[in-house]
Design a protein around this ligand. Structure first.
Ligand code: FAD
Length: 529
């Protein structure tokens, strides 16, 4: 029997996952389709900054207000995905203090708690910061794990009845008398049609190409942003430059490491599937980054990566195009009923984007159900971390080890499903403190197929050593858990190939030494599995 859904959502980034959650919570029969693993697009290749809105306060007050509202909501409903680091906007002598004055006024108008600080005090309290600062403002920026946030939304959607099809690409739309009534998909098993009363495109930059298949034109601007990951946390607070937004003016603490970014360049659509960071981009990032934190000049860069912002624009460059939310009802806009596009926006505002989309879907289906996503905690964030740790201590009969505590920090109450007893307690990734129990949980809950997928769901190999020490062990465990022990070598090789891509643009000094170490460790015959 052909299954029919109320709503089919195309794209398993943060926007698609939040939309699936919202629709499922409103009682809609919901399907989310993603051509790769969740978070394979921009949602897995960004800065991980939970904007307070301060960055947009001067030039985009509406965007700033959206950010601060969502920032406060996410801190409440997604406690295990957000680290409330706080943020600083620093002024250097060449910036002067004119921008700071305008910035603080605009932040306050948008409802952002911006406080002017004594620069001398900031220098003492945040020793990594450029010691020549002449001004500093504190704002409620935070660090957010985009993988965890997307997973939490997707899990919540499934627990409220949604289906998720991963590794399944939408190739075309099914149309009847001009109306979109479903999608044609392809996966390893072949092609099939799936019917839905409404189809939502949440496919990021790829929405433009997909929409063309339904005869709809969306003018999108692929805007590439490159970022550098440094080997440790250079500061425990987000540091921004207090000036008109520009290249490399934000550094974000991200678990054990720091992320510096970003650039903004228009790229052709054809390049969006394989973004590589260039030597010129690394140079720009470093040149500007050391202005924020001078020690970056001699801190090991562990990798570089890039993503594409799904901006909607009629022209101009990436920075001038709006980062605003774009919700398109193709029935009223283009005469194509059954199709909706949601794009633009930010990771920070994805919940709001989903709310707007689900409101539109419900109005089209005649469903009267209110949005509850701003009030209900996300999967994993229902119980305070302290309480979860206590329950685990009790189950184990003694104090939980570091790996167990790290799992609680990452997955919150979901970690109660992990079996930390016996072999489950084995620490596989030392940098990110990932245990065998967490690996087993992630394989089961997220349909992990390889080490790349495992990395997204657990952070394995994302820390300081970038997998040099743990990845072989992880490959063996993954192969064992999946019941195919002979594939461990294949998992390891695929993972290393992917890691090289991120290391190549920064292959000098310590990174080169680390790469040589990895090559010796895994490239020689006697280390092959
Ligand atoms: C460099 C950079 C830094 C950023 N930093 C921040 C930040 O610090 N804070 C912040 O709030 N925002 C930030 N953003 C913005 C944020 O990352 C994006 O707005 C957000 O991730 C977009 O999510 P999305 O789900 O709409 O798109 P995506 O994450 O791109 O998801 C689209 C999904 O659709 C899938 N797809 C495509 N075609 C098909 C198909 N045919 N069938 C099925 N699936 C398909 C893709 O595989 C992809 O997973 C940044 C963006 C970039 C690029």
């Amino acid at each position: 029997m052909i299954k029919e859904y109320d709503v089919i959502i195309v794209g398993g980034g943060i926007t698609g996952a939040c939309t699936a959650r919202d629709c499922a919570l409103r009682g809609l029969k919901t399907l989310l389709i993603e051509r790769e693993d969740l978070c394979d697009g921009a949602s897995g290749r960004n800065h991980g900054l939970l904007h307070s809105g301060a960055r947009y306060a001067v030039n985009d007050p509406e965007g700033a207000r959206e950010c601060i509202r969502e920032n406060l909501i996410l801190k409440k409903i997604a406690s295990n995905c957000v680290e409330a680091t706080g943020g600083l906007f620093i002024s250097l002598p060449e910036d002067g203090l004119d921008w700071q004055a305008k910035f603080v006024t605009k932040c306050r108008e948008a409802g952002i708690d911006a406080r002017i600080l004594d620069p001398e005090k900031v220098k003492r309290e945040v020793p990594a910061v450029n010691q020549s600062i002449i001004g500093a403002v504190s704002v409620p920026d935070a660090s957010v794990d985009p993988f965890r946030l997307t997973d939490a939304n997707a899990l919540d959607a499934v627990r409220h009845g949604a289906d998720i099809l991963k590794f399944c690409s939408v190739e075309d739309f099914v149309r009847e008398s001009g109306r979109v009534v479903g999608v044609r998909v392809r996966n390893a098993g072949g092609t099939q049609e799936i019917r839905g009363r409404e189809v939502v495109l949440a496919a990021g930059i790829w929405a433009a190409r997909l929409a063309e298949k339904a005869g709809v034109h969306i003018s999108m601007l692929p805007s590439k942003g490159s970022l550098l990951v440094f080997g440790h946390r250079v500061a425990d607070i987000v540091i921004n430059r207090c000036r008109k937004p520009s290249n490399a003016d934000i550094i974000v603490p991200d678990d054990a490491v720091s992320v510096l970014g970003t650039t903004s360049d228009k790229v052709p659509f054809e390049d969006c599937d394989d973004m590589r960071v260039t030597a010129a981009e690394v140079e720009v990032l470093l040149k500007e980054g050391v202005q924020l934190v001078p020690s970056l000049a001699h801190t090991r860069i562990i990798r570089a990566y890039a993503g594409v912002r799904p901006l909607v624009s009629e022209g101009g460059d990436g920075r001038s195009a709006s980062r605003g939310i774009v919700l398109l009802d193709h029935e009223t806009r283009d005469g194509v009923p059954g199709l909706i596009t949601i794009t633009g926006g930010k990771l920070t505002t994805a919940r709001l984007m989903a709310e707007m989309t689900a409101d539109l879907v419900c109005s089209k289906l005649g469903v009267n159900a209110k949005c509850r996503t701003a009030q209900l905690p996300l999967t994993g964030s229902e119980t305070a971390e302290r309480k979860v740790s206590k329950v685990i201590d009790h189950k184990l009969g003694n104090k939980a080890q570091e790996g167990t505590l790290a799992a609680v920090g990452r997955h919150g109450s979901e970690s109660l499903k992990m079996d930390f007893k016996g072999p489950g307690a084995e620490l596989v990734c030392e940098c990110e403190q990932v245990t065998r129990a967490e690996i087993a949980y992630s394989i089961k809950e997220f349909g992990v197929r390889n080490l790349q997928d495992l990395r997204r769901h657990t952070r394995i190999g994302m820390g300081t050593c970038q997998g040099s020490h743990c990845v072989r062990r992880a490959a063996e465990i993954l192969a064992e858990e999946l019941g195919c022990p002979d594939r461990a070598g294949e998992f390891l090789n695929d993972y290393l190939q992917e890691r090289w891509k991120g290391m190549t643009p920064v292959l000098w000094g310590e990174t080169l030494r680390e790469a040589e170490f990895m090559r010796n460790r895994y490239g020689r015959k006697d280390y092959e599995i």
